[in-house]
Design a binder for this molecule. Structure first.
Ligand code: DX5
Ligand code: ZN
Length: 219
């Protein structure tokens, strides 16, 4: 399974969002990760479908949209119309998770499910046939720049053992060291916000992540 880099614009300068998306468009990344927060499921508020629609014309890279919002089912059509490719909802926000995932699929978008550090892998076992991606949070959602948690890697291993062809995405605290740990545990898709947008250019940072993955797969 090939490795997928999905840099998050959460750590970009929001005053220069268009430039950040254009930089990612030219860099070696596969998807662009969009962290939508509502001030309820998580304390911060980031952006919504209108903002996503505004940046959609700047790149053809798939938009990997991570909904950290309550009642995500109310926003499916808006994000579909904004041009996202995959909608990822949190298990913790969906008492009717099966129905929400079916609705996303019926809207002709890819569906993913995310779990917080405190949520066991078994909570998504019965919806694996409805998603092409499981997002394992390696920090508590809400902020970029937090430290990577080791324990969720056990869930990555457990999910990989029952879902050999799904994308397993890790999100939070990914850098050129933790990306290798996550890949060895069985993750194949990697979100990186703070690492991508700190210090050097996004392209240079993404190249470092790609190199770390390449070295890991040789060893
Ligand atoms: C956190 C978000 C992440 C965030 C990761 O709630 O879901 O996607 O951007 O940020 P870093 O890579 O800075 O930990
Ligand atoms: Zn995210």
């Amino acid at each position: 399974m090939s490795y997928i880099l999905s840099p998050s614009i959460l750590s970009a300068d929001f005053g220069m969002l268009a430039e950040a998306v254009s930089q990612l468009d030219e860099a070696d990344c596969d998807w662009i990760h969009l962290d939508v927060m509502d001030g309820r499921f998580v304390p911060p508020i980031t952006f919504g479908a209108q903002c996503v629609a505004a940046i959609r014309p700047l790149t053809r890279k798939p938009f990997d949209c991570h909904l950290m919002i309550e009642k995500p089912e109310t926003q499916i059509n808006a994000f579909k119309d904004a041009g996202v490719d995959r909608l990822i909802v949190h298990q913790e926000t969906c008492p009717h998770l099966h129905r929400v995932l079916e609705t996303i699929r019926a809207s002709d978008r890819l569906a993913g499910v995310a779990i917080n550090p405190a949520t066991p892998a078994s909570m998504v076992a019965d919806v694996l046939d409805l998603v092409d991606l499981v997002l394992v949070m390696t920090v508590n959602p809400g902020w970029g720049g937090q430290s990577f948690l080791q324990r969720p890697l056990e869930k990555v291993r457990a999910i990989r053992s029952v879902a050999p062809t799904h994308h397993i995405e890790v999100d939070g605290g990914i850098d050129n060291n933790t990306i290798v740990q996550a890949a060895l545990a069985g993750a194949n898709a990697f979100v990186a916000g703070n690492y991508t947008f700190s210090a050097e250019t996004p392209a240079a940072r993404l190249a470092q992540l790609r190199k770390a993955l390449c070295n890991a797969s040789k060893s």
